[in-house]
Design a protein around this ligand. Structure first.
Ligand code: ADP
Ligand code: MG
Length: 339
C-alpha cells in the first residue's frame, strides 16, 4: 500500500491557522496594536480605509526590527517573546504565540517598514499570500509600520463573508478601545479614510476614559483599588447614575490583556445590587494583576478567555473591591491611583 500522508506546505498551514487568528479586519487591528505595545511604543497610530477591508496600518515608534528579524517575524511560531516552557507561565507581553504576522501575511498583501533605533537604515518588506515579493534597505523613522492591504484577497469565501463597513468599523473601534484603555500612558490616534477620529494624548486613565467613551463619564468615575498578596484590582467604575441602557462599556484587563468573563461581570453586578435602574449596565474598567502562574491565557488563539486557578477568590475580591468603591464614592473625593 502506498503511503499517503504528507506535511502541509508552509503557506497552506499558514492559511489554515489564519482562519482562527484572522476573522475580520478588527483581528488585524488587534494583533498589530498589540505588537506595537509589546515593542514598547509610546506613540501608536492606527489608519484604516474602507473599514479595514482596503487597509489596516499601524505605525509605532517602538523598538523596530533588524532586517533579519523583519523576515523572521513572518514565519509561523516565530517570536521574540518566549523561548522556553517556563516562559509560557510568566508571560508579561500581549503576544507570545508567534502566529499573527504569519497568519495575516497568508491572507493579505503586507508591507513592513521598520528600523532599529541604533541603525541608520531600515528595511522594507513586501509580502503577498506568504510569498516575499521584495526585501530591501530603505530610509525609515525609528519603529515599525505595518500595512495590511486587501485582506482575504486570496480567500474569496472569507472576503464575501465580511459585514457592512459600519459593522466592521464597530469591531475595529472595540479593539482600538481595548488597547487604548489598557495603556493610557501611550498616545494613540485613529484615522478613518483620512479623517482623524481619535487623537489621545498620553495621560491618566480617568482622562482616557472620558476622551474615548464620552463626557457622560465625567465626574462619574469612582476609584477602585484593592491590593492583596494574591491579586490587585485597580481601575474605575461608573457611579450608578452613569449606567447605560446599552452594554459595551465594561472592560476587564488581566495582566494588561483585555478579557471577556461572564463570571467576573457577575461579580461586579453583584456589588451594584439594588443600586442600578432596571435594565442598565454600569461602566467599569478594571485591571487585575496576578501571578501569571495562577492563570492560563492559552485557552484560545485570540486570548480573550482566561482560566483562573482560584476563580472563587478572584470573584470575592472583585466584588468586595467594587462594593467598597461604591460605598466610598459619596464620602471621599476620588483619589487618583495614578497620581
Ligand atoms: P507574537 O507577537 O506572538 O510574538 P507576531 O506574529 O505577532 O507574534 O510577531 C512576531 C514577532 O515579530 C514578534 O515576536 C516581534 O519580535 C516582531 N514584531 C512584530 N510586530 C512588531 C513591531 N510593531 N515592532 C517590533 N517588533 C515587532
Ligand atoms: Mg503579536
Amino acid at each position: 500500500m502506498a503511503d499517503i500522508i504528507q506535511l502541509l506546505p508552509e503557506y497552506l498551514a499558514n492559511q489554515i491557522a489564519a482562519g482562527e487568528v484572522v476573522q475580520r479586519p478588527a483581528s488585524v487591528v488587534k494583533e498589530l496594536l498589540e505588537n506595537a505595545v509589546d515593542a514598547g511604543a509610546t506613540q501608536i497610530q492606527l489608519i484604516v480605509k474602507d473599514a479595514g477591508k482596503q487597509l489596516v496600518q499601524v505605525v509605532d515608534n517602538g523598538s523596530g526590527m533588524s532586517a533579519t528579524d523583519a523576515r523572521m517575524s513572518l514565519e509561523r511560531h516565530a517570536t521574540s517573546k518566549i523561548r522556553t516552557t517556563e516562559d509560557l507561565f510568566r508571560i508579561r507581553t500581549l503576544g507570545f504565540r508567534g502566529e499573527a504576522l504569519a497568519s495575516i501575511a497568508a491572507v493579505a498583501q503586507v508591507e513592513i517598514r521598520t528600523k532599529l533605533r541604533q541603525q541608520d537604515t531600515g528595511t522594507q518588506l513586501l509580502v503577498e499570500g506568504s510569498q516575499v515579493v521584495r526585501q530591501q534597505p530603505t530610509a525609515a523613522p525609528d519603529g515599525t509600520s505595518i500595512s495590511v492591504k486587501n485582506l482575504f484577497y486570496n480567500v474569496p469565501a472569507r472576503r464575501n463573508f465580511l459585514k457592512s463597513n459600519a459593522v466592521e468599523m464597530r469591531h475595529i473601534l472595540d479593539e482600538f478601545q481595548h488597547v487604548a484603555l489598557s495603556k493610557s500612558n501611550v498616545s494613540f490616534s485613529l484615522y478613518q479614510n483620512d479623517l482623524e477620529v481619535f487623537n489621545l494624548p498620553a495621560g491618566k486613565l480617568s482622562q482616557r476614559v472620558v476622551q474615548l467613551l464620552g463626557n457622560s463619564y465625567k465626574e462619574q468615575l469612582a476609584l477602585v483599588e484593592e491590593v492583596t498578596p494574591f491579586i490587585s484590582v485597580k481601575g474605575y467604575i461608573g457611579k450608578p447614575a452613569s449606567a447605560k441602557k446599552s452594554r459595551g462599556d465594561q472592560f476587564f484587563f488581566v495582566n494588561g490583556r483585555f478579557i471577556r468573563s461572564a463570571y467576573l461581570n457577575h461579580a461586579v453586578l453583584a456589588a451594584y445590587e439594588g443600586l442600578l435602574p432596571k435594565e442598565t449596565h454600569p461602566f467599569y474598567v478594571l485591571f487585575l494583576e496576578l501571578d501569571p502562574k495562577t492563570i492560563d491565557i492559552n485557552v484560545h488563539p485570540t486570548k480573550t478567555e482566561i482560566k483562573f486557578e482560584d476563580e472563587k477568590t478572584v470573584y470575592a475580591i472583585m466584588r468586595a473591591a467594587v462594593k467598597q468603591a461604591l460605598g466610598l464614592h459619596n464620602m471621599a473625593p476620588s483619589l487618583d491611583f495614578e497620581s
